[in-house]
Write a protein that binds this ligand. Sequence first.
Ligand SMILES: O=C(O)CCC(=O)C(=O)O
Length: 485
Amino acid sequence: METSAPDSYPPSLVELLEGAFKETAETPTSQKRLRLASQADKELPGIPPDELLNDPFIQLALNRLLKSLKNVFLNKVTGAAVGVQDDNDSCKISTSPSEEEKGCANQVLVEKALVELSSLTNYTWEQLNIGHWKSVPRIWRKLYTCLAILKVCFLVLKRSSDIEVIKECDMGILMGEPICQNVLSKIAEEISSRISISANPKVNCNDNTNHEVMTMTPTTSEQEKVDLVERGKVVLKNKSSNEFEVTLAKKPSLQEFLSFMNTETPALLSDTINHWPALNKWNVEYIHRVAGFRTVPVEVGQKYTSEDWTQKVMTIDEFINKYMKPSTEIKCPDDIGYVAQYHLFRQLPELGKDIRVPEYCTLGSISDNENVEINAWFGPADTISPTHYDPNHNILVQIFGSKIIRLFPPSESSKLKPHPESSLLFNTSQLDVEQDDLFVAHPEMKNAKHCDIILNAGEALYIPPKWWHYVKSLEPSFSVSFWFE
Ligand SMILES: O=C(O)CCC(=O)C(=O)O
């Protein structure tokens, strides 16, 4: 995907960026430093910014950065008739610079600010990667997003390519926390909506001559669908007399759904998402077209319990070209990539508009949609989520493709040999339901009560809290999970 910097950014984007900086440009330097930190702190009552400000590296880098900011914005944004020459860290201000001097000074300062920002960002990145993600003070994530917003502004001033600007926005969204009304998401959305269709004909699904794309999601014939169901049935070993049938429910009422929750009964729901625009709109090509330029985290390796499993960040374009290929081309586990358990709709609200939070989620103890955790699961055939449980209610919705799911009730936990309580994988079984020999080595698992379900496009599965589930995709697939308490 190649694009070059456009001749001009649309006024709305320029306004957005100028607006984000107006206060900073007009505030004396000494206060700006505080502003940046308190910006991060504003939404975190109780966590003082001192944690950041006392850090000597941050102090030095912020001071240098803010000096560049002040100068750049005096020149470029406020349009003041001054020019700045940068000379070994000391700025000389001349009151009547030539046009040439102004341009030159601005470029130097923009470059300089970007260098300062990079070193600050790298330092913050290191802080984010010390220890477990959840134990990192949130203020570092807020700072990371602040820095990304600044970097985006400078990249725009530098007239960097759209791809570079979008990538920076996405890194701020991925690694940070939404601040300033999620401005990064708005900027990225606006830029990518302008370039996604025209910039790369490969991602235009209306182009029937595009064989590369057309072969990516072949439509599944009725016969193939039957084969998939049969294949799903043979994937999972250990069919035993302890298998039970899942409850089927066609568009259950809230009352009926509540009874599933109260009795901890899994249920396969049909006719509940027919009104979602995503159902008729989304396929691999559509996701490619709308989100191809966006950077997301990808799990690489067949399952998260494997030794060689890892996570990478890449654009959806790269992900689709590399991983959304027929299973016959999958030679080793490294060939499997999965955008899994990812809050994609926070990053791409335009996709989020095509789905709805099921009304059933209001039946939880916090009847507020804000508390529903929504995750996307997008990948090729044969992605595996090993047998594990989650603490919350879950409605797993299938938008396209299909999955086979084996469910075990919490009462069977001891038979599933969970990883030790002290391990990060404490909620994951050490056994693999696809391996025959394990059932020989662990005969207790053979007797575990379970049920197997094929989840097809347009259906949803209610998984009660702490129910173990093993999930494997049978074809290129997009699911959305809604976790609620
Ligand atoms: O679809 C998947 O691969 C796993 C889904 C899952 O584990 C969940 O929704 O909790």
